[in-house]
Design a protein around this ligand. Structure first.
Ligand SMILES: *[C@@H]1O[C@H](CO)[C@@H](O)[C@H](O)[C@H]1NC(C)=O
Ligand SMILES: *[C@@H]1O[C@H](CO)[C@@H](O)[C@H](O)[C@H]1NC(C)=O
Ligand SMILES: *[C@@H]1O[C@H](CO)[C@@H](O)[C@H](O)[C@H]1NC(C)=O
Ligand SMILES: *[C@@H]1O[C@H](CO)[C@@H](O)[C@H](O)[C@H]1NC(C)=O
Ligand SMILES: *[C@@H]1O[C@H](CO)[C@@H](O)[C@H](O)[C@H]1NC(C)=O
Ligand SMILES: *[C@@H]1O[C@H](CO)[C@@H](O)[C@H](O)[C@H]1NC(C)=O
Ligand SMILES: *[C@@H]1O[C@H](CO)[C@@H](O)[C@H](O)[C@H]1NC(C)=O
Ligand SMILES: *[C@@H]1O[C@H](CO)[C@@H](O)[C@H](O)[C@H]1NC(C)=O
Ligand SMILES: *[C@@H]1O[C@H](CO)[C@@H](O)[C@H](O)[C@H]1NC(C)=O
Ligand SMILES: *[C@@H]1O[C@H](CO)[C@@H](O)[C@H](O)[C@H]1NC(C)=O
Ligand SMILES: *[C@@H]1O[C@H](CO)[C@@H](O)[C@H](O)[C@H]1NC(C)=O
Ligand SMILES: *[C@@H]1O[C@H](CO)[C@@H](O)[C@H](O)[C@H]1NC(C)=O
Length: 509
């Protein structure tokens, strides 16, 4: 049976589109996954609210996934194998040049876009040399200087149009009441972004989520700071979301992707792995692995958009493994964030930021809670992969920290000064509040109990006030009126238990 439904074009002309996508055979037995939703996203049901056997789909290519996601009713979509975000409807895998060649009509000027020339067009030293050649009526790099200057002047305007071509290919838009679930540990969306935008009640489970690499990023600061467009999951004004047992990373292998070197720039083609903003709410991010990434999780929008977030943005971040996450694990703005029982492993080759009064107690004999990474300092680590910090606390957020375990290797494996960072905290009248629960046991740093993480947080604040990067009183350490208002899947009695649990439960199964 083919499912047909009404698609309404922007101009209001209804068209019938016959979809190739068919429900799964009734004999299909879905995989058994162990976790249940809990925490702030605990009320979400995803597609499971639909008990009709006709609401279950199995997809294995990009077109099928897009067609299934667009179905306007509650459904569960199982992903079978790796789906490439850049897979064109004819099965070819698009390159960056393809997005250029696909934009505009054949022969259109925009198809002359060239990323190297785009970078050159922003180099005023370079363009001054072209102006000189024009003034002297001589050629420039073998080209007519006037014509070359005109060509370069278009690059900046063409870039966002090309970016839209790419975005429409690699973007996968969820609709209300949907579950996307990997059939097994081979399930992946490779180089695609799940847009969870203006939708309610979504599950994303048991998937490898590999962020697209932006073909058309914009440079920010030489040589390695870039504005790239894509996250693996982008959450905008979405509610009741549960992301569980996923693995979020730069490429299928899990390795960090080295930036391209172009004209001395290191091109970082990634943004976040899981970013959320614009009044999103009731979200649980649990039992996931976040690995080898620069800017992992930014929760909360910019300062100008604060009114959209305030009072919303409730997140539970529980039971995840962050391994080689250089920053934002997560960074938290304008919302309520419970960061509980996560394991963090980093190679810390950075200088300590400040001295803390907190001390490390003698190491536990249990090697489970010490770093497993090989501790070799790597001189070849690109700038944007160097470990910066774990938890970012921004303006007006309410943050609870409990039962997290830290592991470090590198040149400074016992440094505590990069557990927290603070920025954009300027409003003592609406302070961010951080509650550090020391539950039944101390958080550990590489096997050594941290005698007082509250003191580390307070010292972080004092440091940032002293250096003038935050206003005194804009972040306060307190647990007054702050508690975890729901049942967690597990209660822990030691750091070892946290690690054992996270190792067993985080990631795909
Ligand atoms: C459940 O799925 C069927 C398709 O088999 C669909 O017709 C129905 O609208 C769905 N129910 C809900 C509540 O979305
Ligand atoms: C998944 O795809 C493989 C082929 O790659 C196929 O053999 C298998 O039957 C599919 N599984 C389901 C549940 O459709
Ligand atoms: C995607 O899968 C559908 C259903 O199996 C198939 O008809 C279609 O040809 C596939 N597309 C590509 C590009 O492989
Ligand atoms: C892009 O421009 C650079 C610099 O002008 C040139 O070397 C390169 O060949 C161009 N690439 C393409 C695909 O035209
Ligand atoms: C800008 O162009 C000049 C002249 O070609 C070159 O020497 C310089 O390295 C370029 N700067 C950057 C940031 O690319
Ligand atoms: C510029 O150079 C071209 C080619 O050498 C020549 O045809 C043209 O007359 C020159 N223009 C001026 C204003 O000198
Ligand atoms: C370059 O082209 C412009 C017109 O596009 C022309 O006026 C100029 O003479 C040319 N310059 C050279 C050096 O050929
Ligand atoms: C999705 O759900 C939200 C919240 O229930 C609702 O406001 C919105 O209209 C729904 N969207 C569609 C396309 O039905
Ligand atoms: C979020 O969940 C709370 C209950 O935990 C509920 O009161 C609130 O309405 C939910 N918000 C949205 C937007 O679903
Ligand atoms: C983190 O990654 C490193 C390097 O890939 C690996 O050696 C280590 O076992 C991983 N840590 C955990 C806790 O899985
Ligand atoms: C940690 O330090 C805070 C602030 O100085 C203090 O209130 C708390 O009792 C200390 N906790 C432990 C376990 O010593
Ligand atoms: C850390 O020690 C310094 C110097 O003794 C002291 O001024 C500061 O208040 C202490 N900070 C905390 C959080 O105890």
């Amino acid at each position: 049976m083919k499912i047909s439904f009404l698609l309404t074009l922007g101009i209001g002309i209804p068209v019938f589109k016959a979809l190739a996508i068919k429900p799964a055979d009734p004999s299909f037995t879905p995989p058994t996954l162990s976790h249940q939703p809990f925490g702030y996203g605990g009320l979400s049901t995803g597609g499971s609210l639909n008990t009709s056997s006709e609401s279950i789909f199995i997809v294995s290519n990009a077109t099928e996934l897009k067609d299934a996601l667009a179905l306007p009713f509650a459904k569960t979509i199982y992903v079978n194998g790796t789906i490439n975000g850049n897979e064109l409807p004819d099965g070819r895998l698009a390159t960056c040049q393809d997005y250029i060649d696909m934009t505009g009509s054949p022969g259109a000027d925009i198809r002359n876009f060239n990323f190297t020339q785009y970078l050159l067009s922003m180099n005023t030293t370079y363009t001054a040399l072209i102006d000189q050649a024009i003034a002297q009526n001589v050629t420039f790099e073998g080209m007519n200087a006037t014509e070359y200057k005109t060509l370069l002047s278009h690059m900046n305007g063409w870039r966002p149009v090309l970016a839209n071509t790419m975005k429409s290919q690699v973007g996968f838009h969820l609709t209300n009441d949907t579950s996307v679930i990997g059939l097994d540990e081979n399930a992946a969306l490779n180089g695609g972004e799940f847009y969870v935008a203006s939708v309610d009640n979504v599950w994303i489970r048991n998937m490898k989520l590999v962020s697209p690499q932006d073909c058309f990023p914009a440079p920010e600061t030489f040589p390695s700071s870039w504005n790239s467009l894509y996250d693996a999951v982008g959450v905008v004004t979405a509610t009741n979301l549960w992301v569980d047992s996923c693995e979020l990373q730069d490429q299928l292998s899990g390795e960090y992707v080295q930036p391209d070197e172009i004209l001395g720039w290191q091109v970082d083609r990634f943004d976040g792995l899981f970013d959320a903003e614009d009044g999103s709410d009731n979200i649980t991010f649990s039992h996931n692995i976040v690995r080898n990434h620069h800017k992992s999780m930014l929760l909360g929008g910019g300062t100008k958009e604060a009114p959209r977030d305030l009072g919303k943005m409730h997140f539970t971040v529980f039971g995840n493994l962050f391994n080689g996450s250089a920053s934002r694990s997560p960074t938290m703005r304008f919302g309520t964030f419970d960061v509980l029982a996560n394991v963090y492993e980093n190679v810390n080759d950075n200088n300590p930021i400040f001295d803390t009064n907190a001390t490390l107690l003698p190491a536990s004999t249990d090697s489970e809670i010490q770093s497993r990474a090989d501790g070799d300092s790597d001189d070849d680590v690109p700038l944007d992969a160097v470990f910066e910090y774990i938890l970012g606390v921004y303006n007006q957020s309410t943050v609870q920290i409990q039962d997290n375990v830290f592991m470090q290797t590198g040149s400074d494996p016992t440094d505590l000064s990069r557990i927290f960072t603070i920025s954009e905290s300027t409003l003592p009248e609406f302070p961010a509040r951080v509650c550090v629960h020391e539950s039944d046991f101390f958080s550990t740093m590489n096997g050594q109990p941290i005698d007082n993480l509250t003191v580390v947080m307070q010292d972080t604040i004092d440091h940032f006030v002293e250096t003038g990067s935050m206003v005194e009183g804009a972040v306060v350490v307190t647990c007054e009126g702050i508690e975890i208002g729901y049942e967690l899947p597990k209660k822990f009695g030691s750091a070892e238990e946290v690690v054992t649990y996270v190792m067993a439960e985080a990631g795909q199964h």
